[in-house]
Design a protein around this ligand. Structure first.
Ligand code: WT7
Length: 662
């Protein structure tokens, strides 16, 4: 049922296992008993995890699932999320502990203690208040990895204002869709960002996005690149405000108010199977509970001792849960790095790990494969002995990359936690526990204590060991999404309709149990691609392509890619006159740039093939499976359902002449 890419077979034959050392196991936060404790009484278990936070008003009920699939966790409880991530650590005497070692790409650095973080977040909250922001409003944030991004998110949380963070690489068009859908009143951005050694504009993107936008009243602009940015930053009087003027002048005193456990915390857009991104809604108490619990147990984090580094961007859920909320709730000291991993040299990450003695490092398989390509001699030049736990997230990690990570980064001993989760799940769901699990290269292995996941067939029955099927979550969890912003029907339809009778959450991933019952993730089973750990829908890229005047029709597939996991391959039929005039190569370049402009550079197709026809069934449905065969250089599968079976020969013949890469 799941369409597997080549390589998964070898992945599933993996038999090596790596138990934790006895020393690691002895000092670990999570011991084997954690599973038993959770199994004995799930709700009691989650209540205990929630007690790691500071509540203003205790809850009266752990879980209310009567209105399923709309969950309420810690009913009646009240807390302030920002207070939990910041103030309480100052109150408990840790104000001088560094919260953030920030490293700018050009080499500038900033250490921010918890006391300073409290001041900055309070000032930012006061600034938002001065602009009239109030609980329930939405503030959009498009910022690169600078401390202000974190101050802004926490300031929103402090006020009960929802943040809607939009990845800095998204185009004006994509930003606008996310601002409009959420009806954001304020947007926070920067003048420009340093990337690959150069200053690139940010505010210009926002200005373009906001042309004609109706909800945005104020734009707050962090000055980051200043005079390094060529050309003037354009300014709309009465709308635009410099961060340093607005926030700089505020008082550092702000008393946080407690909000209901189910008060919305943020919206984060992610791609679905249609062209319209989904605004995933997360709330406060349950989300923070699970983000903190997983960060503590999966990474074995010890407050005040470890130096933690998650290399994600705050524009994605990983940045929300494992840079902002989980680690800060746990009083982590963490590295936040602004730039790319090869600026100014390919050892940048290892240099940072050496300098700050990073002990926990959490990154994505695509980056690990890139490091492999750059060569093991690069990390070898640095002292990485501080590393004691390594994490992976975003896509299945292939065993070669896993072993390389362990050998060359983890000195053959740091446990690797392969963490499966989604924007929708809010926090890690399936992962080894580093002091408990004998890890297997390529497997996320087992649902965490308190979490329940199953691999089922189309008939909703759990498959046996060795069997494959669809991954479902059969019990609600604290950090689960509470809906899709403004679209309850789509929420029900997308996640809860496939196994409606059983009440299972359908994750959209294929999975398999091995002989021991460990879970192996096999990739998406819907029209969603995973490119460098970024989720991009085939439909979104198709819509971008057909919005170009030369395109008549387009079909997009994700094809296996040695570095990025999947690469975007597009099959395009040009309009009659365009097909005749434009040269193939020029047309392809123009289309790739058009997609980058419509969605963002991350969605730029790796390959575009101009074709005369697309393979369609008699009812007109495009058979992506066949296109994927072509894109992955496989023998084309069964074509008997095609309306015209010669179409595939034509396409296959043309593919290798249509390659185009940057
Ligand atoms: C999809 C979710 C979770 C934060 C980053 C991506 C894939 C994620 C793994 C993993 C295999 C993984 C799944 C999932 N995925 N982690 N460890 N092993 N696949 O968040 O954009 O919401 O994407 O990423 O396909 O459904 P996202």
């Amino acid at each position: 049922m799941t369409e597997q890419s080549p390589g998964l077979d070898n992945l599933l034959n993996e038999v090596r296992t790596f138990p934790p050392s006895t020393d690691f196991a002895a000092q670990a936060n999570a011991k084997p008993e954690l599973y038993d404790e959770a199994d004995a009484d799930r709700e009691q278990f989650w209540a205990k995890q929630a007690e790691r936070l500071d509540w203003d008003t205790p809850w009266t009920q752990v879980l209310d699932w009567t209105d399923a699939p709309f969950a309420k966790w810690f009913v009646g409880g009240k807390l302030n999320v920002a207070y939990n991530c910041v103030d309480r650590h100052v109150d408990s005497g840790h104000g001088d502990q560094v919260a953030i070692h920030w490293v700018g790409e050009p080499g500038d650095t900033r250490d921010i203690t918890y006391a300073q973080l409290k001041d900055e977040v309070s000032k930012t909250a006061n600034a938002l208040l001065s602009l009239g922001a109030k609980a329930g409003d939405v503030v959009a944030i498009q910022l690169q990895m600078i401390p202000e991004a974190i101050f802004a998110m926490l300031a929103c949380a402090r006020l009960g204002v929802l943040h809607n963070v939009v990845f800095g690489g998204f185009s004006p068009h994509a930003l606008r869709a996310r601002v409009d859908d959420a009806a954001a009143k304020i947007i926070i951005t920067s003048d420009g960002q340093y990337r690959r050694g150069k200053a690139a504009p940010m505010k210009a993107n926002v200005d373009e996005a906001l042309e004609g936008a109706e909800t945005v009243e104020k734009v707050i602009v962090v000055r980051r690149t200043g005079s390094d940015l060529e050309g003037e930053v354009s300014w709309t009087e009465g709308r635009d405000l410099w961060w340093h003027e607005l926030v700089g002048g505020q008082s550092a005193e702000h008393t946080p108010e407690a909000f209901d456990a189910e008060h919305p915390l943020f919206i984060l857009y992610t791609s679905g199977t249609t062209g319209k991104p989904k605004g995933i809604l997360h709330t406060s108490g349950g989300y923070l509970t699970q983000a903190a619990y997983t960060h503590h147990n999966v990474f074995d984090h010890k407050a005040g001792e470890d130096v933690y580094w998650c290399t994600a961007d705050v524009g994605w859920i990983t940045g929300h849960s494992y840079i902002v909320y989980g680690p800060l709730a746990n009083r982590a000291t963490q590295v936040v790095y602004e730039g790319t991993p090869n600026t100014p040299h390919e050892g940048r990450h290892w240099e940072i790990i050496q300098k700050y003695k990073v002990s926990i490092y959490y990154t994505a398989p695509t980056l690990i494969r890139t490091f492999m390509k750059w060569g093991a001699e690069i990390p070898e030049k640095y002292d990485l002995t501080s590393l004691r736990v390594l994490g992976s997230v975003g896509e299945p990690i292939n065993p070669e990359a896993w072993i390389w990570y362990r050998e060359h980064i983890g000195a053959g001993k740091a446990p690797i936690v392969d963490t499966w989760w989604q924007t929708e799940t809010g926090a890690i769901m399936i992962s080894p526990l580093p002091g408990v699990t004998s890890t297997k290269p390529g497997s996320a292995q087992r649902a965490l204590p308190g979490i329940s996941a199953k691999v089922v067939g189309d008939d909703a029955k759990e498959v046996g060991n060795g069997g494959g099927g669809l991954l479902v979550l059969d019990k609600p969890w604290p950090s689960m999404l509470r809906g899709i912003w403004g679209d309850n029907d789509r929420y029900r339809e997308t996640y809860w309709s496939r196994f409606a009778d059983q009440g299972f959450y359908f994750a959209g991933d294929g999975a398999k149990y091995d002989a021991d019952g460990d879970i192996w993730l096999l990739g998406r089973v819907d029209d969603v691609m995973n490119v460098s750990g970024h989720r991009i829908s085939t439909t979104e890229v198709e819509s971008a392509l057909v919005s170009h005047p030369t395109v008549a029709e387009a079909a997009v597939v994700g094809a296996a890619d040695a570095t990025t996991g999947q690469g975007i391959v597009a099959f395009v039929i040009l309009r009659g006159n365009a097909g005749a005039s434009a040269s193939g190569e020029e047309a392809v370049q123009a289309l790739r740039n058009h997609v980058a402009k419509e969605i963002g550079p991350i969605a730029k197709p790796r390959q575009i093939l101009i074709v005369q026809e697309l393979p369609k069934t008699r009812s007109g449905k495009i058979m992506r499976r066949l296109l994927r065969d072509v894109a992955e250089n496989r023998q084309v599968g069964d074509v008997t359902t095609l309306a015209d079976s010669s179409v595939m020969d034509l396409i296959s013949a043309g593919l290798n002449s249509g390659k185009s890469e940057d």
